[in-house]
Design a protein around this ligand. Structure first.
Ligand code: TYD
Ligand code: MG
Length: 390
């Protein structure tokens, strides 16, 4: 089943598979119910009757939200406020919807378990009951699960192995961007993301995420550089920011937001050893702007450039993008899909691109814009090229 919401369909692996069980996890308030309601409205407008069961809100609250999302006057959306999974199964059997959404699993209970809703046993047993419903009636079921900050004992984590697809809805509540990430998918790739923006009228798809993540970039400020990251099949340009300053304490603090702190520690050690820098007495903060998380090693070069730029107080030209893995010997190593990354940077008007020497040698097609592309082999090379020009 294709909803027509492109960012969502792609993350689902092309659409919703009949009889499948999809879990959407995320922090409370991030927008899960909003996303579900928009999905239901999209399917309902294609003449598919859909059933939304909520144990979280009153019918009135849901209808007010639906009105705001302009999803209210669709006669194919059915709403029930119910928390007993046996009753939900009976309802589904009677009305045979094309999709069932249950919001949230923490509010549901099965008569077969004695413990309270929200407990691990109830969450697991209720999910098992819904899985049976999905599989026996070929009905796709969408389940919402809250993740709590403290690791979520009774949250979606315990359910991941029971369902076919797990999506996480992420973002900083102070920011409008939301990222829908595939964590598990029996029917598609697991590294896709969908990008949305939370607006007054609900979630809007973001067709050009690179422009969004770079929108508020400070220009001509040290400690900032752009890196094209691959998110599944899609390149997205992100801004890597670093702040390196002498510490008031004996040993500096290390903080990474949106990137792996261990990786930051490793890269800092490489810079100390290979460039002879003293960093132990500096506080080092690393941030990927816009609340996105980057896990690929291709980020390394961005981190290194941002760190050095902040440390040296030297601005990196704002039309420069960098991408590559950094090894323990200070060598810059090849990363995959360089041509797609290069094309995205070119599309957004970047005129200089630093990449691993080995990737550079392997490039088959250069952008027609005549972009300046440099291959770098080591971190020493990098410093000469970027910071010792004049
Ligand atoms: P919600 O979908 O209720 O989150 P969840 O189900 O994950 O707990 O959405 C929560 C926030 O989204 C809420 O604080 C208000 C905001 N919001 C908007 O900004 N615009 C909208 O159109 C809607 C429906 C919600
Ligand atoms: Mg909700």
């Amino acid at each position: 089943m294709i909803s027509g919401i492109g960012e969502l369909d792609r993350v689902l692996g092309g659409g919703i598979v009949p009889g499948s069980m999809v879990l959407i996890g995320g922090d409370p308030g991030i927008g899960k119910s909003t996303l579900i309601l928009q999905l239901l409205a999209a399917l309902a407008s294609k003449q598919c009757p859909v059933l939304y069961v909520t144990g979280e809100e009153s019918a009135r609250q849901v209808s007010m939200r639906a009105a705001r999302l302009q999803a209210a006057d669709n006669t194919n959306i059915f709403l029930a406020t119910e928390t007993c999974v046996e009753s939900i199964a009976a309802m589904a059997a009677e009305m045979t919807p094309s999709l069932l959404a249950v919001d949230s699993i923490q509010t549901m209970f099965t008569r077969e378990a004695a413990s309270a809703p929200g407990s691990v046993t109830q969450v697991r047993e209720s999910t098992a009951r819904l899985v049976t419903l999905a599989k026996t009636s070929d009905l796709p079921v969408l389940l919402v699960g809250h993740v709590t900050k403290d690791g979520a004992i009774a949250g979606p984590r315990v359910l991941e192995h029971m369902v076919d697809t797990v999506l996480y809805f992420e973002g900083d509540r102070g920011q409008p961007f939301r990222i829908l990430r595939t964590v598990k998918n029996r029917f598609g790739s697991t590294n896709e993301i969908g990008v949305f923006e939370m607006k007054e009228s609900g979630l809007a798809e973001v067709a050009n995420p690179s422009a969004l993540f770079l929108a508020e970039r400070p220009v001509n400020v040290p400690g900032s550089v752009v890196m094209p990251s691959m998110e599944g099949t899609r390149p997205i340009l992100v801004e890597v920011q670093a702040l390196v300053s002498p510490s008031n304490l004996g040993t500096g603090r290390r903080t990474a937001i949106g990137a792996d702190p261990q990786r930051l520690a490793l890269l800092t050690a490489v810079l100390e050893k290979k460039l002879g820098l003293t960093l132990f007495d500096h506080d080092i903060f690393l941030n990927i702007a816009g609340g996105i998380r980057i896990d690929e090693p291709a980020l390394d070069l961005g981190v290194v450039v941002a760190l050095l730029s902040s440390l040296f107080e030297k601005v990196v030209d704002p039309t420069t993008a960098v991408c590559g893995e950094v090894g323990l010997a200070g060598e810059i190593r090849a990363v995959g899909q360089m041509e797609m990354r290069l094309r995205e940077a070119d599309r957004l008007g970047f005129t200089t691109f630093l990449m691993p020497e080995s990737s550079y040698k392997r490039l088959e097609k250069l952008p027609e814009s005549g972009m300046n592309i440099h291959g770098v082999a080591t971190v020493q090379n990098l410093v000469e090229l970027l910071f010792q020009k004049e």
